[in-house]
Design a protein around this ligand. Structure first.
Ligand SMILES: Nc1ncnc2c1ncn2[C@@H]1O[C@H](COP(=O)(O)OP(=O)(O)OP(=O)(O)O)[C@@H](O)[C@H]1O
Ligand SMILES: [Mg+2]
Length: 256
């Protein structure tokens, strides 16, 4: 398996033509190693969300190359992209994006629909994920009955329930007070310590203490790029015992 989990080469995202032409990303080069915790900063409109959406296979670049685990995504069918997204990538958003008329438990179980688990197993795994984030008593609540911090922790549980190796977070603490924000960052820290790769956008410089690399963007390009942890000290992916998931992972590995 490629040590570079993500490789972007001359990635460009253009909007409009002629007089209205503008670039959200321009000749953007970035190589991300497994186990990095990257924080992306930069002024409003510099292309941070565009970048996360392309990495998360929710959007596509106008030109350039994107390799995920050594595979060029341009050659992947949209059906397989959807499956890759469900299995490999977890999303966390600033406004939580929980579905308001589903219970917290059903929200967290949702990504497992795409990895073909039966409903009872889905709910068990969702319940395990919620316990990890200390929300076990809130399983049957609706999102609106939770505080902002609790909603974001539920959204993190949803992002990690299928045990993806890449977590994309777009200003996950943007709507939280400092206490809830610290709680969310500590959860992300523990997910990172398990060897997962995290790419997070933030406007808060104080949070960069959690990162292994800080990238400042300007006008669709990298302005500065600083690694605070050397590549050999990045965490290795470890198996976490979480209900049925461990068995599934082990049997997957046997197949290889
Ligand atoms: N659908 C679209 N059509 C035209 N321009 C767009 C579209 N989506 C984004 N843009 C432009 O691309 C640029 C980058 O947008 P993006 O959302 O990535 O910025 P951002 O860095 O996430 O900003 P913020 O910090 O405000 O969230 C902006 O100039 C924006 O206006
Ligand atoms: Mg944005």
């Amino acid at each position: 398996m490629s040590e570079n989990i993500i490789e972007l080469k001359k990635l460009t995202k253009r909007y409009g033509y002629g007089d209205t032409e503008s670039f959200a990303l321009k000749d953007f080069d970035l190589t991300i190693k497994r186990g990095e915790f990257i924080m992306i900063m930069g002024p409003s409109g510099c292309g941070k969300t565009t970048l996360l959406n392309i990495i998360g296979l929710l959007d596509r670049a106008t030109s350039g190359e994107y390799s995920l685990n050594g595979e060029n995504v341009a050659g992947i069918s949209s059906r397989r992209k959807a499956r890759l997204r469900a299995k490999k990538i977890g999303f966390i958003f600033q406004n939580f994006n929980l579905i308001q008329d589903l219970s917290v438990l059903e929200n967290v179980a949702l990504p497992l629909v795409y990895v073909n688990q039966p409903r009872t197993v889905r709910l068990k795994n969702a319940s395990d994920a919620l316990s990890r984030f200390h929300l076990q008593e809130k399983e049957y609540y609706l999102p609106s009955q939770l505080s902002g911090g609790q909603q974001q922790r539920a959204a993190i549980a949803r992002a990690i329930v299928s045990d993806p190796e890449i977590i994309l977070a777009d200003e996950p603490t943007g709507n939280l007070d400092s206490r809830a924000s610290t709680a969310v960052m500590e959860e992300l820290k523990s997910i990172h310590a398990e060897g997962n790769t995290i790419i997070m956008v933030t406007h808060n410089p104080a949070l960069t203490v959690y990162a292994t690399r800080v990238i400042n963007m300007l006008d669709g390009q990298i302005d500065t790029d600083i690694k605070t942890v050397s590549d050999q000290n990045l965490p290795q992916k470890i198996e976490v015992k979480r209900g049925k998931r461990r068995k599934r992972k082990l049997s997957n590995r046997r197949k290889k």
